[in-house]
Write a protein that binds this ligand. Sequence first.
Ligand code: NAX
Length: 327
Amino acid sequence: MSKTVTVTGAAGAIGYALLFRIASGQLVGPDEKVRLRLLEIEPALKAAEGTAMELVDCAFPLLEAIDITADPNEAFDGANIAMLVGARPRTKGMERADLLEANGAIFQPQGKAINDHAADDIKVLVVGNPANTNALIAMNNAPDVPRERFTAMTRLDQNRAYGQLAAKLAIPLTDIEDLVIWGNHSPTMFPDLFNAKIKGPPSQKAVDAVDDMAWYENEYLPNVGKRGAAIIEARGASSAASAANAAIDHIHDWVLGADGLVSMAVPSGGQYGVPDGLVSSFPVRVSGGDYEIVEGLEVGEFAQSKIDITVNELKEEQAAVKSLGLI
Ligand code: NAX
């Protein structure tokens, strides 16, 4: 058996950091062969071919085939996993409506192509920004695919949240568990220290271990939320290897399972008051190839006020794409 993995934006920076890890077996495990499908726009096909040449030159035993195309129908034909990385970035002076419209032109046809051509067990991860709303667009254009198969990435935010909390508490990040992100993959996201735990004995709530609400609100939240901008400022280019790493984590755990809570932006079923159908990040449990939103977690007044802000932003994006006729 092998899995067909479609990667869009394959010639981009994240694609370059992602494809070699998929082909080496880090995505779906060391026993599963993979067939790669690279989707790019015409002008980037040659660059994608160059990446494919390097993939061949790695002689990965698990890599069965590589196909390159600019046609979404071909790219998603028989796909078991789709990693939608290519998107239209916001350029200077671009209004939000223009950004959403430009991305609609990408994610509408890709959603339709997934609907018509992907394998029955397709799992979709949207990385390209605005990730939650791009996933919403693709999902709404794929009426025959169960909607829970469309997800967006907040795992990089989760990984950043782990790193910064471990640094603050001067503990190994393996001592932290159940630290998840709520809401939108944008600076409004909410990393939840109330449900995160520091391993014991005795186990402690992360917020108690920090014991500094001013740091949580005024440093941690903005520093996690704006980490992407800080990386651009420092490197002169946006996060690529860490984004690819998080995309691997997201799909790996979805397919193979994981302990504890992880963050995935998934269509809401109305949990925690998030409107049905909105693609928002939740605490989820993953096992047996499925995920489930974990209900009944503590959401106090502070957390709720932050979750409201980020969910309201998603509602506005949803209303905007609706008015543009994209969903
Ligand atoms: P690059 O600009 O390096 O690559 C994007 C690639 O997508 C380009 O090769 C382009 O030709 C291709 N592309 C554009 N339209 C396409 C289409 N219709 N079909 C197929 N391919 C298409 O960007 P990169 O640094 O790789 O980032 C990709 C996306 O990830 C961006 O939207 C970025 O904002 C987003 N990110 C999302 C993150 C997340 O946590 N969800 C974090 C990292 C990253 O910022």
